[in-house]
Design a protein around this ligand. Structure first.
Ligand SMILES: C[S@@+](CC[C@H](N)C(=O)[O-])C[C@H]1O[C@@H](n2cnc3c(N)ncnc32)[C@H](O)[C@@H]1O
Length: 245
């Protein structure tokens, strides 16, 4: 049966309102934020130093108890595969939230690779830092500032010459300007890969328009559903930079 898009939208809004109320009550009763509650669960259910068990604990919490916008296991597996195929030595993540995708990326990287993860929210970054450390990775990886302030300094302050892999999962309106900033920085090289989550839902139309029109990329969208949900269609874009020539 085909669902009317208006119906899907109304159902989604209803769910959003009730989950907002649920979250507000949980915050009030527990005295903790949604991210802190997830962290408490992971801390008490995962094995320190074992990234797989940390990701599993997050996935159980987010699919059964409370939604957190981690990339999740399904799209996460696509990301894992792209990282393993590409074997990047320098990786930039935009939007760490609680550190789920940071751990997912770190565990797939070859020895000697460097991951820079940018998160602008201090509270989220504090959780991400603890999760990255719990997984046994170096929490120096995290830079707490907005992406548009950090990207211009990646070369001068962090000594980055090139980026082999970029994972975008921050606010969708930042995808297009940040991609253009990365292009202008000279750090993208022929073959650099950019993976962007949620390009269909909530969607990043300006970003997709730029990718299509610029001619700078070979690209495709991996169809999937929104993290920890079944009914909402989403997609993750995979771009390979062709360079200017
Ligand atoms: C969808 S969550 C990231 C989820 C995470 N990638 C994962 O899969 O585990 C988005 C995060 O991006 C952060 N964010 C949004 N815009 C940002 C920006 N311009 N610079 C840095 N962080 C940003 C938000 O604070 C939020 O924590």
């Amino acid at each position: 049966m085909l669902l009317n898009p208006l119906c899907v939208c109304c159902c989604f809004l209803k769910k959003q309102v009730s989950s907002f109320l649920h979250q507000y009550l949980c915050d009030l009763v527990s005295g903790l934020s949604r991210e802190q509650r997830a962290y408490q669960y992971v801390l008490t259910h995962a094995i320190p130093g074992d990234p797989d068990s940390i990701l599993d604990a997050f996935d159980i919490w987010c699919s059964k108890i409370e939604f957190i916008s981690n990339i999740g296991p399904k799209k996460g597996k696509i990301l894992d595969r792209l990282l393993l195929e590409h074997s990047p030595l320098t990786v930039l993540e935009l939007g760490a939230h609680c550190g789920y995708s940071t751990v997912r990326i770190a565990r797939a990287l070859p020895l000697g690779a460097r991951l820079y993860s940018i998160e602008m929210d201090q509270n989220n970054a504090a959780i991400a830092e603890k999760i990255i450390r719990l997984a046994g990775f170096d929490d120096n990886t995290l830079i707490v500032n907005p992406s548009d302030e950090v990207i211009p300094k990646l070369h001068s302050e962090y000594g980055l010459e090139r980026l082999d892999f970029v994972f975008m999962d921050h606010w969708k309106k930042c995808y297009a300007p940040d991609l253009q900033m990365l292009e202008g920085s000279g750090m993208l090289c022929k073959g650099s890969m950019i993976v962007a989550d949620n390009v269909l839902f909530p969607g990043a139309p300006r970003f997709l328009r730029h990718v299509r029109k610029s001619g700078l990329y070979d690209w495709k969208v991996h169809r999937a559903t929104l993290e920890y949900s079944k009914g909402i269609r989403d997609g993750m874009a995979e771009l390979v930079y062709k360079g200017h020539n």
